[in-house]
Design a binder for this molecule. Sequence first.
Ligand SMILES: [Zn+2]
Length: 363
Amino acid sequence: MAEEKRWQGQAWAESEHWSITVWQDEHKQLEPIYQIRIPLPFSLRWVNAYAMRESDHTGWTIVDPGLRTPQAEAAWQEVLDKLSIHVGSLRQIILTHYHPDHLGMAGMLQQKYEVPVVLSRIGWQHAVMLWGDGNQMAQRIQQLMRMHGAPEEVMGMLGEHMDSFETCVSPLPEVTYINDGDELVFGGRTWAAIETHGHAPGHISFYNKEHGLLLAGDHVLPQITPNVSYMPGSDPQPLLLYLEGLKKLSGLEVELVLPGHRNPFYQYHSRIDYLLQHHEERLAEWHGMLVREPMTAYQLCTRIFGNVGRLTVHQFRFAMGETLSHLIELERRGQVNCEQSLEPVGDVRVWSACTQRTECTIS
Ligand SMILES: [Zn+2]
């Protein structure tokens, strides 16, 4: 018997660069949730912002306003007009995580509407590490890529690419911290903050148990597998933390998932199962490739995802990050070993599979 869907989405308004879908319960008794597609200049195409009004109609909360670009700014102007959100009626901005495609517009909107911006402490530390004054992130990423065999010609592109985000997140907001386990009331509902790591350190999903709603940010996405990257200065074991996060979230009863990208969806548990299995399959497959021949992370990455010419620099950074996060997890499991190359290629690291588990040391 097909289960009745308690929540239905209906297209409500749109323009060339944005659209709004209204999600409502079947009896239309609860405050609707407005899913706002804000444009992104990369292949993800849009980020979902969500707007919710208090049940006494006194104010609004916006979740994840998106990357700051001229198109996104123009979109927000029209969207806020359409929803009749003005200075005084916007109450707060809540961020699921610090990634630029979620946080970027927050500082600008904060200044215009004079509202608090809520983010986890770890999320804020990462925002500062990436875009704070005097940050060294471009150099640290170049160093990491070099150590793992990426060719010199991508270094310049990587540097420019990292720097290009700064205008898309400026100004950085002043943030109010939120912690794992906190309860927030917004949009006429109570939401529990659930912290996970791996896609983004300090990522917060918001769970409304009463109605089975989860604002999932990017930890659980439909159709696309959330990127899990190793990043210098951040989580040392991102894939392990990501998988633990999925297991933590799998205990929730969720009817409708409101994700950061693509569209809200219902099959929460099967999606989590798929994501868990997907990473196990990848680990097995990549381990198998290293059994056949030792490789640098860069060589493995290009065999799996294609070389730099095929990928944009953005995709290349994600592909290398994803390759490294899986190698680190294989190393933790005692299946691969990372050693200095014996070939005279500087300090480039080569990964090899362990023939006997006992041969491996976990570093
Ligand atoms: Zn993200």
